[in-house]
Unconditional design. Structure first.
Length: 235
C-alpha cells in the first residue's frame, strides 16, 4: 500500500534529519514507528504528507507521490492525525467534522455515511456534536481528531502520538478504537511514545534511530527483543 525508499528530509535550516529511510505499510496493516525523542518519527510522517521538502521515493497504491502536493496526497487517500490533534477550538464538533469533508461537500456528495461512521465509533462525539472544540476533554479532542481524519475517507491514516496526554485508563480504549478503524479497512502508520501498547496492537514495527531505520520486525518479535525492552519498554 505504501512503500518509502531512500527518504531523506531537512528542515528550513538545511540540517538533514532523515537519512535514507526505507519502510513499507502492507495493505490492511497497522504499523508502528518507535524511537527516542528527536529520532525523526514525526518528520517521517510529515515528509510522507509532503509537509516538508524531501528526497526519495514514496509509492502509494502503485503511484509515485513524492512530487505531489499535500492536498493531492490527501485526495489520493492518506490522512494525518497530527500531534496536538489539530482540532479547531472555536468550531463545534459537528463543524469540525464537516470542514474535514470539504472535498466531498464541494462536489455535492452526501457526508451522512461518513458522519454515521464517526459517531458509531465515538458515540460521545454524537452526544457532544454542538459543543465547541475547546470544551472537550483531551481524550474527546483526540477522538475528534481521528474523526476528522475519517471524514477524509482515507485508505491510510498517519497518526502522530495518538495516546499523548491521555489518562492511562483511556490509552487502551484509544488503541481499541484504532483497531476498529483498522478493521474497517484503513491501514495505519503510527508514531507512539507508548511503545509497549503500540507493539501490542500493531503487526509490524520500525525502530528509528538518529534519522535512520535501525530495525524492522514483527511487533511481537520486538516485544521480546532484549535491546528494545531496555531502550523503549522500560527494561
Ligand atoms: P519526538 O517524539 O520528540 O517528537 P521524533 O522522533 O518525532 O521525536 P522529530 O520531531 O521528527 O523527532 O525530530 C527529528 C529531528 O528534527 C530532531 O533533531 C529535531 O530537533 C529536528 N526538528 C524537528 N522539528 C524541527 C523544525 N521545525 N526545525 C528544525 N529542526 C526540527
Amino acid at each position: 500500500m505504501l512503500e518509502v525508499r531512500n527518504l531523506s528530509a531537512a528542515y528550513q535550516d538545511g540540517v538533514e534529519v532523515l537519512h535514507n529511510i526505507d519502510l513499507a505499510v502492507p495493505e490492511g496493516a497497522m504499523v508502528t514507528l518507535i524511537g527516542a525523542n528527536g529520532a525523526g518519527k514525526t518528520t517521517t510522517l510529515r515528509a510522507i504528507m509532503k509537509l516538508m521538502r524531501s528526497r526519495g521515493s514514496i509509492v502509494f497504491r502503485g503511484e509515485e507521490i513524492s512530487r505531489r502536493e499535500t492536498p493531492e496526497i490527501a485526495q489520493l487517500g492518506i490522512s494525518m492525525v497530527p500531534e496536538g490533534r489539530g482540532v479547531f477550538p472555536g468550531l463545534s464538533v459537528y463543524d469540525n467534522l464537516r470542514v474535514a469533508a470539504t472535498p466531498w461537500l464541494s462536489r455535492g456528495q452526501s457526508i451522512d455515511g461518513d458522519l454515521d461512521r464517526v459517531f458509531s465509533l465515538f458515540p460521545i462525539l454524537a452526544e457532544r456534536r454542538k459543543q465547541l472544540g475547546w470544551a472537550l476533554s483531551g481524550g474527546q479532542q483526540q477522538m475528534l481528531a481521528i474523526g476528522r481524519a475519517i471524514m477524509a475517507r482515507p485508505k491510510l491514516m498517519l497518526l502522530d502520538e495518538p495516546s499523548l496526554g491521555l489518562a492511562p485508563n483511556l490509552v487502551e480504549e484509544m488503541f481499541e478504537k484504532l483497531k476498529s478503524v483498522n478493521e474497517q479497512g484503513v491501514s495505519l502508520l503510527l508514531v507512539e511514545q507508548n511503545a509497549f501498547m503500540a507493539l501490542e496492537y500493531s503487526t509490524l514495527a520500525y525502530v528509528i534511530e538518529r534519522g535512520t531505520v535501525s530495525s524492522q520486525k514483527a511487533s511481537s518479535a520486538l516485544l521480546e527483543d532484549n535491546s528494545i525492552k531496555a531502550a523503549y519498554l522500560g527494561g
